[in-house]
Ligand binder design. Structure first.
Ligand code: GGG
Length: 354
């Protein structure tokens, strides 16, 4: 039996509720291919913040470093500003472990309705490559004359040739393995005339190494329109940190629910642990009601298994999710059902076990 050490940060709000189901699904799937998981839970997030005035202990990155992967639930609390929760936990993890690929699939499952009319099952199938270590999330800037009439805030985006080229290249390499072989790059380089012009130059340069891949470059304002008008036409999409984040919420809703949106923050070199988390946040409005959709967390666990090269285990989760949705299995209220989080989770496990 192969044992993998996974750090678990359940975090805030519905984080613990959905992460519980994701761990159970991974345990069931792992057993199928001779793998087991040693889960180490770290109680970090806003409860920790209320006690210690920080989201995690000073050495939290060192504590995480030795694990094979990190599974995260959600962070955020209505009484704590979101920049505190994000900068205190999530972003330092992404940067320290150089998780420069944020991979976010959006797939229209059979049995799930898109809010857009007339979309056939499986007709929308895109993979967004979000740059994950720099760009608009670089956290460079400052404040002066705070809380006065002269209050000044400077927020700088950071785009580097290395940072742009490596995420764009990762997107092209993936596109090469997919049937449609298309990459769309999304910027706002007409208005962001330094960083995003560099991005466009890098895109053109990397594209020339992949002549078999069809490309398009869209400005973000046109891209949001086309995500609604012709979502089927997108295959692999590559975008900056901020644009990738916004576009993947849109893509998640176009394929039916935030409750199905999984993500991986990946260090492709495998030198450091990668982190897997549902795209959704802590959802304080439904916390404790037991009705959160666990499928985004479960699908994130499947991405983790794939990254850990447990392909058969990952495939068993993907099959279980597709089967549950296709056959009208229990579904949570975001998908029009009445099932509890635990019912959905148990139904997935029953399907994994066959
Ligand atoms: N499940 C992840 C989570 O809680 N995310 C909160 C968030 O605000 N994320 C923003 C981001 O991924 O950039």
């Amino acid at each position: 039996m192969k044992t993998l050490n996974i750090a678990v940060i359940e975090g805030d709000g519905i984080g613990p509720e959905v992460t519980r189901e994701a761990m159970a699904a991974a345990d069931a799937a792992g057993r199928l291919c001779g793998a087991e998981f040693r889960w180490t839970k770290y109680p970090w997030g806003t409860d920790y913040y209320f006690e210690h005035n920080r989201m995690a202990p000073r050495d939290f990155l060192d504590q995480l470093a030795g694990h094979d992967a990190i599974l995260l639930g959600a962070v955020g609390h209505p009484q704590v500003q979101d920049h505190v929760t994000l900068n205190g936990l999530l972003l330092p993890i992404r940067r320290r472990f150089d998780q420069y690929v944020c991979l976010r699939p959006a797939f229209l499952y059979e049995g799930v309705n898109s809010p857009l009319a007339g979309k056939a099952p499986r007709s929308i199938d895109m993979l967004v490559y979000r740059e994950n270590t720099e760009g608009e999330y670089a956290n460079v800037g400052g404040r002066v004359y705070q809380n006065s009439d002269h209050d000044v805030a400077i927020q700088t985006s950071v785009f580097t040739r290395r940072g742009c080229e490596r995420i764009i290249r990762a997107a092209f390499e993936k596109a090469r393995t997919r049937p449609r072989k298309r990459v769309a790059s999304i910027t706002k380089s007409n208005a962001q005339g330094y960083g995003m012009v560099l991005w466009d130059e890098c895109f053109a340069g990397v594209a020339s190494d992949f002549p078999e891949i069809a490309t398009e470059s869209l400005l973000i304002d046109r891209a949001v329109m086309e995500f609604v008008r012709r979502p089927e036409s997108f295959d692999v999409v590559v975008a900056s940190n901020l644009f990738g984040d916004i576009l993947t919420d849109l893509a998640a809703i176009v394929v039916g629910s935030m409750g199905l949106a999984a993500s991986g923050n990946i260090d492709p070199t495998r030198k450091s642990p990668s982190m897997f988390e549902p795209v959704h946040g802590s959802a304080p409005d439904i916390t404790g009601k037991g009705i959160a959709n666990p499928l985004a967390a479960i699908l994130s666990a499947a991405m983790m298994l794939e990254h850990l090269q447990l392909d058969a285990a990952a495939a068993s989760i993907h099959r279980a999710v597709a089967d549950l949705l296709r056959t009208g299995g229990p579904r949570s209220p975001d998908l029009g059902g009445t099932a509890k989080t635990s019912e959905v989770g148990q139904s997935i496990i029953a399907r994994i076990r066959g």
